[in-house]
Ligand binder design. Sequence first.
Ligand code: NAP
Length: 308
Amino acid sequence: MTEKLALVGIGKIARDQHLPSIYANPDWSLEAAVSRHASVDGVEHFEKLEALLEARPDITTISLAIPPQPRYEYAAMALKAGRHVMLEKPPGQSLAECFALEELARQNGVTIFATWHSRYADCVPDLKAWLAERTLKNLAITWKEDVRRWHPGQEWIWEPGGMGVFDPGINALSILTEIMPYRVHLREATLEFPENRATPIAAHLAFTDPQAGSELTAEFDWRQEGPQTWDILIETDRGSARLSHGGERLEIDGELVKQGANHEYSNLYARMASLVRAGESDMDLSPMIHVCDAFSLGRRLITDPFEF
Ligand code: NAP
């Protein structure tokens, strides 16, 4: 059965990924858009979510493509109105907000899905299966990109709750927490804050591996011009792997074994449809725990001011 859906926040990711993925999936019918400034051709428009919930009780599912800061308020309103909710990453601006949303979904008998789009990159399941049969020795994440290129003019990323460089970095942590056969935890972190900003522009993380005692590190940096790097390098007792292009490409022992394409958001909407059908939720907060631990444990360094 086709589920009626409304998309909230018609910004960059809504246009780049959500709209094409919804239109391509016959499980979903886009019935309305909620936006303070934009609209979607041929789709009913609401400026406020309250008005949509009042006018369209037939819309079962609300997908939120807004920044993390207003997300709790919007999600709580939709859940209390008995609608299923799909959350962009990160699922909130704090862990407590996420726990509260999970509880509201339970109380109202609806689905909540904390999406982690990078987990749905083509090569992530292959890497997970490969690692499951080996003992980890080293894992190094390098996620370095140019913030001016990927987030032009987005001031919310520099505000409290916007997470700064962890906005892309949490994508790497969502892959880490997906492929690891057991939990690791953050041991130490250094965070570099521009002197005029509330969130970090770079982060250096080291994790403790309680099982194999391996070395796990992550380097996030938003100041990389030229070629962009979204790589995870893994060494094990039986060979090495490199996941690159954010999860689209996998090399094993230096040989290319898979070159995928970008299906992340179509996979997310397929997963949401199956959760709704099954009456289940998926609210894994493990990537968010590492980010919150980094803010808790991180040594703070002040660096050059940042302007777009
Ligand atoms: P964006 O373009 O800056 O904002 C998305 C939309 O959210 C805006 O167009 C705006 O819609 C609405 N919005 C902004 N501030 C709001 C507020 N205070 N209250 C209510 N609505 C507000 O951001 P984005 O890049 O699409 O990112 C949105 C989310 O998707 C973030 O959590 C981000 O991490 C995630 N994401 C982004 C990307 C990417 O490549 N950009 C990739 C993957 C995931 P209106 O003004 O029209 O109401």
